[in-house]
Write a protein that binds this ligand. Structure first.
Ligand SMILES: [Zn+2]
Length: 57
């Protein structure tokens, strides 16, 4: 089991919900973070291509 952190109060817990303020929790150093960034870049590129495509038409 990995330890998680509350998005609201920063409390560490093993639960998906913070026992203190009932907010969502997340993994402090998620391995998927860089992957999400990659997708963001990819999306930006796609958006640019779409924009240029619209201009050509
Ligand atoms: Zn909390």
């Amino acid at each position: 089991m990995k330890i998680r952190k509350c998005i609201s109060c920063g409390r560490y817990t093993f639960r998906e919900e913070c026992p203190e303020c009932h907010s969502q929790t997340y993994y402090p150093k998620p391995p998927r973070f860089s992957l999400t960034d990659k997708y963001g870049k990819y999306r930006r590129k796609l958006k640019l291509v779409k924009l240029y495509g619209d201009k050509d038409h």
